[in-house]
Design a binder for this molecule. Structure first.
Ligand code: MG
Length: 384
């Protein structure tokens, strides 16, 4: 078989960078054909020089910059705001890694699926807001979705080759984020930087704030529900601070299958790229003697109400997950820009979620309208 051709949407973020490291290791198996970024066009330029993709997409400012600096390279420079949907659907593309964040990933995600590609999403937002549409379109167009999010990858691996009728439930593990051992009364006294200091994973700012309030886990509950077509009640969150078990599947007979490894995103990325094969990763092995013990706790929904809110939202479904997603995005952004306090994020998101009248089985258009409505309402609430 020839080289598998890969497009990475969001190649300058942490997942994108890790994906390129994996591809570099297996340069005899993969070829980068497309890279995209928004504003980090200097890093994008270095990536272009190293991986020579045939296509790149970047913001308007970045297009000018790259045209000036790349000279006569054989790379087509596209606009990230307009061209992602056509880029992922190019005939030569085999795998699309969705490493960009936000609901902007929905358009290209859907386009890749409709073109029958293998899609490896690290992005949660698209699955949270329009998961049912993505899954049904994937079935229709025989596209394969192999999740990259570490928990979803774990569940995917635990369920592989099993009879789904025999599954009882999923134990979705959570490291607990930066505030696990901080009393709630201290939350608003912490600086943005303290909240951004995640104990296990190095990630982007938005997702790190979401992790601190367990909103990220809430999104993952909804993601798990749609990806594996489960009911909300089949998903149990377990706090596991060591973050070595990345999730578990419990079957009818009481047997539980878990997926374990060190916390390094290159593992789930590699698995998504090489699936169904497993190859040497060259990463540090899991050392049980060094670890000594594993701990488990029930999540505290009084301290982290975002988790309970997400379960409510996941159960209602329809347009409500898109409200949760957009309100959270606006509120976290306001927190990062020091416009609101940490605990205001939840207060604001809850208000907007309760204000929305859910539409069942929405079209994509309705979902996007809801997303717009939510952003306006949330901004109004913050800046009134
Ligand atoms: Mg995760």
């Amino acid at each position: 078989m020839g080289l598998k051709k890969v497009v990475i949407l969001g190649s300058t973020g942490s997942i994108g960078i890790s994906t390129l490291k994996v591809i570099e290791r297996f340069s005899n198996k993969f070829k980068v054909v497309g890279l995209t970024a928004y504003n980090n066009f200097k890093l994008l330029e270095r990536q272009i020089r190293k991986f020579s993709p045939t296509h790149v997409a970047v913001s308007t400012k970045g297009v000018e910059y790259l045209k000036k600096h790349l000279g006569a390279r054989q790379t087509r420079i596209l606009n990230v705001e307009e061209d992602l949907e056509s880029l992922v659907a190019l005939k030569c593309v085999d795998i699309v890694v969705i490493a960009m964040r936000g609901s902007a990933a929905l358009g290209p995600f859907l386009s890749a699926i409709r073109a029958g590609k293998t899609v490896a999403p690290a992005n949660k937002e698209a699955l949270v807001i329009a998961g049912d549409i993505l899954i049904s379109e994937a079935k229709r167009h025989k596209a394969t979705i192999i999740p990259v999010d570490s928990e979803q990858s774990a569940i995917f691996q635990c369920l592989e080759g099993r009879n789904r009728g025999e599954l009882k439930k999923i134990h979705l593990t959570a490291s607990g984020g930066a505030l696990l051992d901080v009393p709630k009364s201290r939350f608003d006294h912490l600086s943005v930087n303290q909240i951004l200091n995640h104990p296990r994973w190095k990630m982007g700012k938005k997702i790190t704030v979401d992790s601190a309030m367990l909103m990220n886990k809430g999104f993952e509950i909804i993601e798990t529900k749609v990806l594996f077509q489960l009911s909300i009640d089949q998903i149990q969150v377990v706090v596991h601070p060591e973050a070595i078990i990345h999730s578990m599947a419990e079957f009818k007979d009481g047997s539980i299958i878990a997926q374990l490894s060190i916390t390094d995103m290159r593992l789930p990325i590699q698995y998504a790229l090489t699936y169904p094969e497993r190859l040497e990763s060259g990463l540090k092995p899991t050392n049980f003697f060094e670890l000594g013990q594993f701990n488990f706790k029930k999540p505290d929904t009084n301290k982290f109400p975002a988790l309970a809110l997400s379960i409510h939202v996941g159960r209602r479904g329809g347009t409500l997950p898109s409200v949760l997603n957009a309100a959270d995005e606006v509120a976290v952004d306001a927190f990062l820009n020091k416009k609101i306090k940490f605990s205001d994020i939840y207060r604001i998101v809850e208000k907007i979620v309760l204000r929305h009248r859910t539409i069942k089985n929405p079209t994509l258009k309705k979902i996007l309208e809801t997303d717009q409505w939510t952003r306006q309402e949330t901004e109004r609430l913050i800046f009134r």
